[in-house]
Write a protein that binds this ligand. Structure first.
Ligand code: NAP
Length: 297
């Protein structure tokens, strides 16, 4: 099968499209014929060897955590899914023609594979951090870096729960944030005052890792009401860094339910082929994705 792989840590140029042995589903796993794979910022962090603690990586390594496709092998002990089902889920080495998944849910009706591949990791992350920051219906959540994959999911899930959201993003994404039900303002000089003018902040999420933890603590008045997924220095100010994926067991089923009820939609900014994996990483690494980028197989 065709698979994107890298044999050394480095820039996008280390990614190669190779012929590889097909993987097989072990106990508790399924294999899918991948139709699309989500591009997450962590994919290029893994490629650079930046996150070996959270993502131990043996070289040569495949790339990609998220996939949507057709089930073609069902591992021992797996129930409730049949060969031929369309699923979306999380696994490893998903930029490939076949990949093994450890968590999955049936794809909602009407969703394309391309769209479906954009949801798994970001919805798991969004549900996890909304829970960890402890924001209640009727309260206001500030989201720094709100227009990317995780932000798009956070905004819509919070809205569904009756939480008011103030989001920061670049000038080009202000209308996008408003379309997801958030109050919007730009990051950059004077942003703290602009947020204050939009309302009192009960809790805050740092999704961009842009060095704003101190300001988020000031705005909420309590480091326990701030969570970061992108700034490893957050604990220096008493703020939780959240990095354990897979801690929301029913995340994919909840995603499917929200999508089916029309409460969650994450747009695909751009699709790439496996041969364009380096371009996908270069674009993701620029840090200004609206919604998601996806590899289409
Ligand atoms: N720890 C975890 O469990 C976990 C899980 C998932 C993701 N992450 C990390 O979380 C981060 C966000 O992930 P993602 O998938 O949402 O990324 P993404 O899709 O690349 O989105 C990044 C967003 O950040 C915004 N941004 C860029 N510079 C900014 C700044 N100075 N201030 C505020 N916002 C800014 C961009 O908005 P504009 O385009 O409008 O500039 C863009 O929408 C990544 O670093 C990723 O590695 C961590």
């Amino acid at each position: 099968m065709k698979k994107v792989s890298f044999a050394e840590f480095g820039g996008p140029g280390v990614l190669q499209l190779i012929d590889a042995e097909e993987p097989h589903a072990g106990p508790g796993q399924i294999r899918v014929a991948v139709r699309a794979a989500g591009v997450n910022p962590v994919d290029w962090r893994v490629r650079e060897g930046q996150v070996l603690g959270a993502h131990p990586t043996e070289l040569p390594s495949g790339v990609g955590l998220d996939a949507a496709g057709t089930v073609d092998e069902v591992g021992e002990g797996v129930e409730g899914v049949e060969i031929g089902d369309h699923v979306f889920g999380e696994g490893h080495s998903t930029y490939a023609e076949f990949a093994v998944l450890g968590a999955w849910a049936r794809m909602p009706e009407g969703l394309t594979f391309e769209e479906a591949a954009g949801y798994p990791s970001v919805v798991e992350t969004a549900l996890r951090i909304i829970g960890q920051v402890g924001v209640e219906p009727g309260q206001t959540l500030l989201v720094s870096g709100a227009s990317g994959g995780v932000g798009s999911a956070v905004l819509q899930i919070a809205r569904e729960r009756g939480i008011t959201v103030i989001g920061t993003a670049g000038a080009a994404n202000q209308d996008y944030l408003r379309s997801l039900g958030a109050l919007a303002t730009t990051y950059g000089e004077g942003w703290v005052e602009r947020v204050r003018q939009l309302g009192h902040v009960d809790a805050a999420l740092d999704l961009a890792g842009s060095g704003v933890i101190r300001e988020l603590v000031e705005l909420t008045g309590d480091p326990r009401k701030v969570v970061s997924i992108a700034d490893l220095t957050a604990p220096d100010l008493g703020v939780r860094f959240s990095g354990v994926a897979g801690s929301v067991p029913d995340a994919l089923a909840e995603a499917a339910d929200l999508i089916t009820r029309g409460k969650l939609h994450i747009p695909v900014e751009k699709s790439y082929t496996l041969a364009d994996a380096a371009a996908a990483h270069t674009d993701s690494q620029a840090g200004h994705t609206r919604g998601r980028r996806v590899m289409v197989i």
